[in-house]
Ligand binder design. Structure first.
Ligand SMILES: [Fe+2]
Length: 271
């Protein structure tokens, strides 16, 4: 198998406050990597007043157009699905980005992405931020998996998390419900385990984290473009799949990188 390199970006949170210099650095550093695939796990825009939603998406679109990768795949985040007045903005997201779920099936690489920010009546009663993978996306996952080759490097993408962050001590919702985790995370974890996924890409909390659980690498991205506190850098990941899988985190402000994982690209024997 030829080595494959892909980039994981997430949580752009574009609006009129997004700094042009941050976008320019992101473009330069990502294009330097010369990736085969770029994946974005949502929150293209910052939730805002209804009148600003389209222009925020246009800022994000103009930025993505500066990336030279031929293949770009994406899913929405919670900020892409509702505005500040709790209107459903998914139709605007789809106008700019089309996909809610996606499948990449190329030689040696299988990537599935699903919308975990779907509108759900039960969730609306609690919060618009809570995640769920609905029946339509679950069917999409089950049908898509049938097309994977047994030797493919298997990647699953969603915006929300499947287990709480390791450094979470409290959640911030007064209901006491952790809104970062998809409600049916057990179902997703079972599917990932049964089908031996190698890597999970997630966004949402802007607090990068990497851990290996049950043979699968879980990678939570930081924010690529949001204006963060001075002590925190914007960042993205590059993932090189060869005989080893090498994951690097790239920092925008210091223009540095560090290897955060390097190990066999298949923890399990082929199915
Ligand atoms: Fe976010």
């Amino acid at each position: 198998m030829e080595p494959i390199k892909f980039i994981h970006i997430t949580d752009l949170h574009c609006n009129k406050k997004t700094k042009p210099e941050t976008m320019a650095t992101a473009t330069r550093l990502i294009n330097q990597q010369n990736p085969d695939v770029i994946v974005c796990t949502g929150d293209f825009v910052q939730k805002s007043r209804p009148a600003e939603t389209e222009s925020n998406h246009q800022i994000a679109r103009d930025f993505i157009n500066t990336l030279t990768c031929k293949t770009f795949y994406k899913i929405p985040g919670n900020h892409d699905c509702y505005d500040r007045e709790r209107n459903n903005t998914l139709p605007i997201y789809k106008k700019y980005w089309q996909d809610e779920d996606f499948l990449v099936n190329m030689e040696g690489l299988f990537i599935l992405g699903v919308n975990s920010s779907v509108i759900n009546k039960r969730i609306q009663e609690v919060s618009r931020s809570a995640g769920i993978v609905d029946h339509e996306s679950l069917s999409f996952i089950e049908e898509s998996i049938k097309t994977a080759d047994k030797n493919d490097f298997r990647v699953f993408c969603l915006h929300h998390h499947l287990i709480p962050m390791f450094n979470d001590t409290f959640n911030d919702d007064e209901s006491g419900i952790n809104l970062d985790i998809v409600w049916n995370s057990g179902t997703i974890l079972r599917i990932l385990r049964q089908n031996r996924f190698d890597l999970v890409l997630q966004g949402h909390k802007h607090d990068p984290e990497l851990f290996v659980l049950d043979g699968t690498i879980f990678l939570i991205g930081g924010s690529l473009l949001k204006n963060l506190p001075e002590s925190v850098e914007n960042s993205f990941y590059s993932i090189q799949v060869d005989e080893l899988i090498t994951i690097k985190q790239h920092f925008l402000q210091s223009e540095t990188e560090k290897v955060v994982h390097c190990g066999p690209n298949k923890r399990y024997l082929p199915l």
